[in-house]
Unconditional design. Sequence first.
Length: 153
Amino acid sequence: MDVYKRIEELGYTLPPAAPKGGIYKPVKQVGNLLFISGQGSSRNGQPVVSGKLGSERTIEEGQEAARLCTLNALGAVHEYLGDLNRIRSVVKILAFVASAPGFNFQPKVVDGASKLLMDIFGEDRGVGARSAISTNELPKNLSVEIEYIFEIE
């Protein structure tokens, strides 16, 4: 299945790569692995979903933020590779969730990203290892930031 067509079928649009916010490479290739720098719940570098989960944001809003992070990551990969169909598998995602004291549903929030990747690439290719970490603050008051590792052909 064509990745671009699948994204469209799911009702999403692939965004352009986000502007850099510091000194780093958005995508670093090592062998057949792509390491994607942290992608936030933003659009064109501006926060879309901000605030802490468990006080200012609901789990459902956090899941939408995680989906936005994933689309931003795919936009960065598209800019780097030129073809998302070269992604062989999701190796790992490392997610950070801005959390209010006592909020411990980070894995449920990150399911938004995991489900989108599974829906795009299928269970075999789209589900990888994962960590969901609580943090007290993220840049620009973002609710979610996620790093990705993809295996490519």
